[in-house]
Design a protein around this ligand. Structure first.
Ligand SMILES: O=C(O)CCC(=O)C(=O)O
Ligand SMILES: [Fe+2]
Length: 327
């Protein structure tokens, strides 16, 4: 439908922009309202942008700078810290190594996976394997560690909002994520379609849903992320300065008895406007504690809507999904 209202150009986006200052600024009187907006977004599209999300803009810049410097190094340096197993899921993943859509050729991207290891958290010592840090660039490790902690803080605040939205005690989801079994993934999508290269049609990241509870996605200004709407159309979810894009994953969909959606998304290649530019992003995948039981939430089932899925542990769920991606 055409509209003359300039205002509408923004709201035509299938993905809403939600102001999170009620949570990051501690204004409890407005928190129920914000939680309701998040609930609506999760039920309708499974994605929302959050502004005033609490991650420092200067830290974000430092993170992207360290990421670019890391990926710009010779292949051997990156291979020395290569990804080893789905169980550990840490370190460098080379271009083409992974297909987020198992029916597609390998994604034209490289990545580096980080978890909260003992050196980062005395509190949960012994729980997580050591990160596979590269020796260079020097700033990479300290910056990524700080960025990881910042993401945990924002994720916990979002999980408070989810608890309110889903009528559970406020700490319910934060307690289910107490061990910080999260994975942070720093991503680089090399420029496509440069003269002499036949790569313009390669997918940067094939269509997929995320495995965990929620994902925080920070993208640079290149764009290319597409989200599949309910009617099966792929729509751009462009970068919006000052926001983080958040989506609900398969585990949250299961937890909520399909009330919240885990929506397919991808990073396009030839379709994307800026495919000839390198693209950088970082995804922070939140995952409940491996031994946490994921059973249908009380607010999501009733006589007319029985629980569809039996309880499962978060670990069982993750292994099922990772097995499909790495084949
Ligand atoms: O890089 C992006 O914008 C999206 C990446 C993504 O969806 C993923 O790694 O799960
Ligand atoms: Fe994803």
């Amino acid at each position: 439908m055409a509209t003359a209202n300039a205002h509408h150009a923004v709201t035509d986006l299938p993905v809403p922009v939600i102001d999170f200052s009620a949570f990051t600024g501690g204004d409890t009187s407005r928190q129920a309202e914000t939680a309701a907006e998040i609930s609506r977004a999760c039920r309708e599209i499974g994605f929302f942008y959050l502004k005033h999300h609490g991650v420092d803009a200067a830290l974000l810049d430092e993170m992207f700078a360290a990421s670019a410097e890391f990926f710009d190094q010779p292949a051997q340096i990156k291979q020395d810290v290569a990804w080893q197993s789905a169980e550990e899921n840490l370190g460098y993943v080379a271009i083409g190594r992974e297909s987020l859509d198992p029916n597609q050729p390998g994604d034209f991207k490289e990545a580096f996976n980080i978890n909260e290891d003992d050196a980062m958290s005395g509190e949960h010592a012994q729980r997580h394997p050591a990160n596979r840090w590269p020796p260079r660039p020097q700033a990479f490790r300290p910056v990524m560690e700080r960025f990881f902690h910042a993401c945990v803080n924002t994720a916990d605040a979002v999980l408070h909002a989810f608890a309110i939205a889903l009528e559970t005690p406020r700490e319910f989801f934060v307690e289910k994520h107490a061990a910080h079994d999260h994975t942070m993934r720093v991503l680089h999508y090399p420029a496509l379609g440069k003269a002499g290269q036949d790569d313009a049609a390669k997918p940067r990241a094939g269509g997929h849903t995320d495995y965990g509870s929620i994902t925080l996605l920070f993208q640079d200004d290149v764009g290319g992320l597409e989200v599949r709407t309910l009617d099966g159309e792929w729509r751009f979810a462009p970068p919006i300065p000052g926001t983080v894009l958040i989506n609900t994953g398969d585990l949250m969909q299961r937890w909520t008895n399909d009330v919240f959606r885990s929506t397919p998304h991808r990073v396009g290649a030839s379709l994307a406007e800026n495919a000839e530019r390198d693209r950088y992003s970082v995804a922070f995948f939140c995952h409940p504690d491996m031994d946490a039981e994921i059973a249908c939430l009380d607010s999501c089932h009733g006589e007319s809507k029985p629980a569809k899925y039996p309880p499962i542990t978060a670990h069982e769920h993750l292994m099922e999904r990772l097995g499909a991606t790495y084949g």
